[in-house]
Write a protein that binds this ligand. Sequence first.
Ligand code: CP
Length: 308
Amino acid sequence: MANVFVNINDLSNQDLLSIIHQALLFKSGQLLPVMNKQVVANLFFENSTRTATSFQMAEMKLGYERIVIDPNKSSAVKGESLEDTLKTLKVIGVDTVVIRHTLRGWYDNFCQMAGKEIPKLINAGDGNGQHPSQSLLDLMTIIETFDHFRDLKVRIIGDLYHSRVARSNAEILDRLGANVTFAGPKVWSDPSLTQFGHVVDMDDDLEQQDVVMLLRVQHERLTDGENAHFTIDQYHEQYGLTRARYDRLKDQAIIMHPAPVNRGVEIDSDLVESPKSRIFQQMANGVFARMAILNSLNTSVLQKELLK
Ligand code: CP
């Protein structure tokens, strides 16, 4: 296993399925953490509730020493480069650093250095690039329901262009054999995704879908011009999961959303807690998925044992 977890699509299918398996074992209590006093620093340059808190919870459950660094009070504000910050954390004694950053691909120049001159690296979301730990918890949630990926019909709906969740999940789900389609406003389409699935109308074959994956409208990444394309009601009517669309879904279908949810925009507020919704299950799974990610970087022996 490498010293980085920055893009879920870098993992082999075997490593990926092994980490999902570990996460499920952590959740069921069948796999107990090996307490080994790793030191993990959490450095979030972008806001987060789920990812930041569940990484910290995962670190606590694994018995790691945790450090939370507020970027606004760090020397990044004085102009220190990310490389110098990482080298500093390494010599101070940090083994692994979890970073969320606005810059897409912030890790590109650092992967070769990870575990040597700088700590091991975990990407907690990079701009509109990748969100590998979200993707892992999403895959875990799909496995809990369907027990496989092959031929599952997965529709990813919404703001495709700005979404690191769409980018991470489309590629890995396609590779795992799912049948991915995309829907959403043309102004937020992303031609780079069409290698992983067709763009369709929101309402096409809705009855056939196994997974309806809604994406957050990312107001913080939109220009005023992009925001001006819809009112909330228009977006909800055209691309949201309304009660009428929910009623068309088959019995076994599930609804996913990375959250935070804009209730009444991507999804009717009442449907967030509906029987088909896995939204809060996704959040709960985030702790176990992140335990498995941290564990896979730090205890390769256990990883090999699980593969036997
Ligand atoms: N899904 C997700 O990444 O949520 P946060 O931004 O709250 O971490």
